[in-house]
Design a protein around this ligand. Structure first.
Ligand code: HSE
Length: 420
C-alpha cells in the first residue's frame, strides 16, 4: 500500500482525495497497489471538506511521518513551498506538486536535490492536459522547434467572451474569479505571469533552458480593448494570450503576450477556459494538446496520474527530461530586444492634416514596413490608426513607439500587439 499526505487541502487537494476514493478500482489496478490518503494539512481546521482523512495545521505531521510515501504539495506560493518540498525530499519522500511558481524559480535546484527520488509536476502546466508527459517522454526523440500555447484559462475565457459577446474586461474578470479559474491574485493571470511560469517549465524540458520569469518577455491582456478586437475580427485574427518558445539556431526565444493569430490556426479556435498547446518536433511535425487547464477535478486528474506513476514505478524519467546536457550544443535564451515578429499598433491621434505623413516617416526611420493600415474615427476630433507591420525587430518597434508617443498630436502611448 502507498500512503499519501496532502499539504494544502483546498479545491484541488479535495479533488485528489476524492478521485483516489471514487476511482480506487481502476487506480489500484493500474498502480498494482492500493493508494490511500493518510493525512492532510490545512490552514483552517474548522472548514468542512467532506473528507475522512486526518487533518492538521502542521506540515511536519506529514513530512516527519515515516508512513507517508508521497507528499502532495498544493499549498502554492514560492519560498514556503520550497522549504516544504526540500524537507520532504530530505526525508526521502517522493513529491508531487501542481505549483508552477515554485518550479518557475526553483526547478533546477529541486532536480538536483531530488536525484533518484521521484519529483513530479504534471498538473503545474495546463491542468489536466498531460503536456509534461508528452514533452518529456512521448516526444523525447525530437528536437523541439516550437511550443505555442494557450496556457492560461482565465485569459482565454476573458478574451473569448470579450470577442464573442462584447462583455467588458472588468465584468468578465469578475466572472472568471467567481467560476474559480483565476489565481488568488488575478494579476498573475491577466499580467501573463501564470502563463510565463508554465512556459518556463516547458522550456526546460524541451530545450534545457534555465531561465527565470525576470529573464523573459511577459505581457498580459490588460491593454486589449474593443478597438483591437474589432481590428482582429476585420482582418481574420483571434486575440489570445500565448506562451511561445521558438528555437532559432542555438537560441530560444521565450515570450508571453497577447497575440493576434490567424483564425485559421487550430490554436485560434480554442475558446473559453480551455487550454491548447501546439508542439512542433523536427521528426514528428506538429502535435496539438487540448483540454481543461484549470479547475479542481481536471488539475487533480494530473496530480493523481503522477501519484499512480510513482506508486508503480518509483522513478525512471529525469525530472526535467535531460539526464545530461547536450554535448557542445547548449541552447541559450535569445535577448528580448532581438525577438522578431509582425506587429499590430493602435495609435490614437488628433485627426488633422500631416499626421499620417509624420507617423509613416517614423516607421521608415526605424526600418519598419507597414503591411495594412486603417483609420477609424474615435472620440471627438481624434482617430485611431490601426496598423500592422511586416516582420520587424523588437528593439526597432520599441524605439518607434517611444518616438511616436512623444509626438504632440499622439494622445496616449500606442498600443502594440504582436502578430503570431
Ligand atoms: N489561473 C490558472 C488559469 C489556473 O486560469 O489557467 C491553472 O493554472
Amino acid at each position: 500500500m502507498v500512503k499519501v499526505g496532502i499539504i494544502g487541502v483546498g479545491t484541488v487537494g479535495t479533488s485528489v482525495a476524492q478521485i483516489l476514493k471514487d476511482n480506487a478500482d481502476v487506480i489500484s489496478a493500474r498502480a498494482g497497489t492500493e493508494i490511500v490518503v493518510k493525512s492532510g494539512v490545512v490552514k483552517n481546521l474548522s472548514k468542512e471538506r467532506g473528507l475522512d482523512i486526518a487533518l492538521s495545521t502542521n506540515v511536519d505531521d506529514i513530512l516527519d511521518d515515516p508512513e507517508i510515501d508521497i507528499v502532495v504539495e498544493l499549498m502554492g506560493g514560492v519560498e514556503e513551498a520550497f522549504e516544504v518540498v526540500k524537507k520532504a525530499l530530505k526525508n526521502g519522500k517522493a513529491v508531487v506538486t501542481a505549483n508552477k511558481a515554485l518550479l518557475a524559480y526553483h526547478r533546477y535546484e529541486l532536480a538536483e536535490l531530488a536525484q533518484d527520488i521521484a519529483f513530479e509536476y504534471e498538473a503545474s502546466v495546463a491542468g489536466g492536459i498531460p503536456i509534461i508527459n508528452a514533452l518529456r517522454d512521448g516526444l523525447s526523440a525530437n528536437h523541439i522547434e516550437s511550443i505555442v500555447g494557450i496556457m492560461n484559462g482565465t485569459c482565454n475565457y476573458m478574451m473569448t467572451k470579450m470577442t464573442n459577446e462584447g462583455v467588458s474586461y472588468d465584468a468578465i474578470l469578475k466572472e472568471a474569479q467567481e467560476l474559480g479559474y483565476a489565481e488568488a491574485d488575478p494579476s498573475f493571470d491577466v499580467g501573463g505571469f501564470d502563463a510565463a511560469h508554465k512556459l518556463l517549465i516547458l522550456a526546460s524540458i524541451a530545450y534545457g533552458i534555465d531561465a527565470k520569469p525576470e529573464d523573459i518577455l511577459i505581457e498580459g491582456i490588460e491593454n486589449v480593448t474593443k478597438d483591437d478586437i474589432a481590428f482582429a475580427k476585420e482582418f481574420g485574427y483571434a486575440i489570445k494570450l500565448l506562451g511561445i518558445a521558438k528555437k532559432d539556431a542555438n537560441e530560444v526565444e521565450l515570450r508571453v503576450h497577447a497575440s493576434l493569430i490567424s483564425q485559421k490556426e487550430m490554436i485560434a479556435k480554442i475558446d473559453g477556459v480551455m487550454n491548447g498547446i501546439s508542439v512542433v518536433g523536427d521528426k514528428v511535425g506538429e502535435t496539438l494538446y487540448y483540454g481543461p487547464g484549470a479547475g479542481g477535478d481536471a488539475t487533480a486528474s494530473a496530480v493523481v496520474a503522477n501519484i499512480i506513476d510513482i506508486a508503480r514505478s518509483g522513478k525512471s524519467t529525469p525530472m526535467l527530461g535531460f539526464d545530461r546536457p547536450m554535448e557542445g550544443k547548449k541552447l541559450t535564451l535569445k535577448a528580448v530586444e532581438n525577438i522578431t515578429s509582425k506587429y499590430y499598433l493602435r495609435i490614437n491621434v488628433s485627426d488633422r492634416a500631416g499626421v499620417l505623413a509624420k507617423i509613416t516617416k517614423i516607421f521608415e526611420d526605424n526600418n519598419i514596413s507597414v503591411e495594412t493600415m486603417l483609420q477609424r474615427p474615435a472620440l471627438t476630433g481624434s482617430a485611431n490608426l490601426l496598423i500592422s507591420t511586416h516582420i520587424a525587430v523588437e528593439k526597432d518597434i520599441q524605439n518607434m513607439i517611444k518616438e511616436i508617443e512623444a509626438l504632440e498630436f499622439v494622445n496616449f502611448k500606442p498600443v502594440m500587439i504582436r502578430i503570431v
